[in-house]
Design a protein around this ligand. Sequence first.
Ligand SMILES: Cc1cc2nc3c(=O)[nH]c(=O)nc-3n(C[C@H](O)[C@H](O)[C@H](O)COP(=O)(O)O)c2cc1C
Length: 221
Amino acid sequence: MDVRTAVKSRYSVRGYRPDSVPDETVREVFELARLAQSGTNNQPWHIAVVSGAACDDLRRRLCARFDARDSGERDFAAPADPLPDALMERRRACGYSYYATMGVERSDREGRAAIARKNFELFDAPHAAFFSMPRTLGISGAVDMGILLQTVTLLMFDRGIGSIAQGALANYPDTVREVAKIPEDNGIVFGMSFGYENPEALINTVRMPRESLDDIASFVS
Ligand SMILES: Cc1cc2nc3c(=O)[nH]c(=O)nc-3n(C[C@H](O)[C@H](O)[C@H](O)COP(=O)(O)O)c2cc1C
């Protein structure tokens, strides 16, 4: 797949089949992704992959915390609310398009919570990955982590593997540490669920819009 096609057609997958991605394919993706660029080549990242029974165990533990209405404590602070108006508007629109597709009214708190819970169900994916970096790093490290994320995402997409980045999976780092092997001095920046897309999952029909180029860029010559 050429880069243009991959960038234009990739989307986040929120419903998976139970079958696992072969170990060698998972390893090959991360083997290539480690070639991503980073500031001063410091490669601040660590990726902890959790599959099979360990993934099911983690799913149960994360859902238990969500069900207990435990808001958790992130290693790195979540974006401060309120977001700037335009960003807040896009965030709301993002949520509403999922509710609309799933037939959940905006006023239906339980229905909305059920959709939020899917994050911790790992969207039924057979694999999760946790992206961590030293806790002392700030924005420069986060930039590097984002570059790695997109590299992994596109490599997976090229192999027919769906994925979704999940800030939500940074909510319960202590629970993740009980199952995943995270280096001691690292903080979890985000997680990812991945596997083969369930073509019957309605939620996978959602496509998110983007702002126009002139709204997000300026050109001077
Ligand atoms: C860093 C990052 C964190 C994200 N966290 C979540 C999340 O916790 N839950 C979720 O459902 N989607 C999450 N997403 C997916 C975004 O909502 C999605 O990328 C965006 O709406 C654009 O849609 P698309 O990926 O289908 O193009 C995250 C994406 C990124 C890049």
